[in-house]
Design a protein around this ligand. Structure first.
Ligand SMILES: Cc1ncc(COP(=O)(O)O)c(C=O)c1O
Length: 480
């Protein structure tokens, strides 16, 4: 069994195993002609169920053959240009190389004595990101597992900085289309049920700042505490960007912590042409960035950044075995003092390899391309009488629904769109997402693949319209 331990004596075994795995995946990627096979749960589940985990196959080739059967064949492939669904990006090769290196070396980013250069590399990337945001000389941050954790940590700091002895009086303001992790964070932070005040959005799905001002005033008048305003720079459903400068003004006026959830919009930090869309982000007290959404990084890769490094102390606990106080005096750097996690992956390495290979401009160029694609997709949809489109994209998302000719019943239109999404998924020809707008079912393209073309968009729209028509045909048959 020791032959499976990665060490000085097994370097050759490691090289062979990993190469065999890489070759399988490379062959798979080269021949994947659809984002999904359309496999049904009922077909896949028994294949996984019947595997006896207490009876190992022992041989790498056999294990990879089995993996082909239970996972690789039917995986959802984000690299395919017709995967248009959620906020998943195709990944860049330097980052995948970073992933392989970090798994093998297996540094843990909590302390210097478990990571050495890893700690310094992470710190340099945090400084790079805070400089791109413009958070100023006292800024800091830490890598996290994702936007959910980044938002949670930011709101933890905001809660502690609010210095209230009554959690029930704290209020967080976020737009009605902000990410659900804001509400989840409020719950985890022990805030009351009414802690998150939902602010309406305008026609472009941006937070209405007049409504925010009104709610902040009301909060003050009621003797409550405006703990934080969460501005979203790239909403999950629409990619809309809240008016950051106006929100910053209101935060300053009411003494509220300004958190910018740029999990999606952070790609603009590297943009060559659209950086101005997130102007005002530099006034935030904290920012969430998900490199695994718009920096083309493999999951996970995210960070929470703060204007004032000292606020990170709210996540600091000392343990004699790990990070005793004397280490601070000895100026030995560690990241665990800033993190909600203890043992932590060296995700930063992926971004490091990316920036050292492609440069920030390389990433920005790719993100600009998907923003341009979305603008072209909007033109296509707006000119197509079969579809109704919700909002002109600020990033790379299109939300629309098929309105089949001669159908006026909104519930029937809902059903046709739900059917079309499901049928498309089952066919594996493309994967699209869905959401609700004004209580009605819509479809969503999140465009994060620069390889997707307007021809792909047109083809998928035709497929959707075809499935919707088929649904209506069948529903007519059922009625007869
Ligand atoms: C705006 C926004 N914030 C936060 C998150 C949560 O990020 P994660 O899935 O990385 O936890 C998402 C995820 O889609 C998001 O769109």
């Amino acid at each position: 069994m020791r032959s499976h331990l990665l060490n000085d004596t097994t370097a050759e075994h490691y090289r062979r195993s990993v190469t065999e795995g890489v070759e399988r995946v490379a062959a798979k990627l080269a021949t994947t002609d659809r984002p999904f096979t359309g496999v049904a749960v009922d077909a896949l589940a028994p294949r996984i169920e019947q595997i006896d985990l207490d009876k190992p196959l022992r041989d790498t080739t056999a294990v990879l053959d089995e993996l082909e059967d239970v996972y690789l064949r039917d995986a959802i492939y984000f690299h395919h240009p017709r995967y248009l669904a959620h906020l998943n990006c195709p990944v860049v090769i330097p980052a995948v190389l970073g992933e392989a290196v970090l798994a093998a070396v297996n540094s843990s980013l909590d302390t210097w004595d478990q990571s050495a250069g890893g700690t310094l590399i992470e710190r340099k990337l945090i400084d790079w990101t805070t400089a791109r945001i413009g958070l100023g000389p006292a800024a800091d941050g830490v890598f996290t597992s994702g936007g959910t954790q980044s938002n949670l940590q930011a709101l933890l700091l905001a809660r502690e900085e609010a210095k209230s002895d009554s959690l029930a009086r704290l209020r967080i303001f976020a737009s009605e289309v902000s990410h659900f992790s804001v509400k989840k964070s409020a719950k985890l932070l022990g805030l009351g049920q009414d802690a998150v005040v939902s602010i309406p959005v305008d026609h472009d799905k941006r937070m209405q700042t007049l409504a925010l001002a009104h709610e902040l005033e009301r909060c003050q008048k009621d003797g409550l505490i405006p703990m934080a305003v969460v501005a979203t720079a790239g909403t999950t459903d629409f990619g809309s960007i809240d008016p950051l400068p106006e929100i910053a003004e209101l935060c300053a006026q009411f003494g509220a912590w300004m958190h910018v959830d740029a999990a999606y919009g952070c790609g603009l930090l590297a943009s060559l042409r659209y950086r101005d869309r997130i102007d005002g982000i530099e006034r935030a007290d904290s920012v969430t960035v998900d490199y695994h959404k718009s920096f083309f990084q493999p999951v996970s890769s995210s960070a929470v950044l703060v204007r004032d490094a000292s606020t990170l102390r709210h996540a600091t606990y000392h343990a004699e075995y790990l990070n005793p106080r004397r280490m601070v005096e000895e100026r030995i750097p560690n990241q665990v003092d800033k993190s909600l996690q203890t043992t932590r992956r060296f995700d930063a390495l992926k971004l490091w390899m990316t920036l050292r290979t492609m440069g920030a401009d390389g990433i920005g160029e790719l993100f600009d391309e998907v923003c341009d694609l979305a603008a072209e997709g909007w033109e296509l949809l707006a000119a197509d009488p079969r579809f109704d489109i919700v909002v002109r994209p600020s990033l790379s998302t299109l939300v629309f629904r098929c309105i089949p000719a001669a159908v006026t019943d909104p519930a029937e239109i809902d059903r046709a769109n739900l059917y079309a999404r499901k049928a498309l998924f089952a066919s594996g020809d493309a994967v699209v997402a869905g959401t609700k707008v004004g209580g009605r079912h819509y479809l969503k393209f999140t465009l994060l693949n620069p390889e997707t073309t307007t021809a792909d968009i047109s083809a998928v729209l035709d497929l959707i319209a075809g499935h919707a028509e088929q649904y209506l045909g069948e529903s007519l048959d059922r009625a007869c």
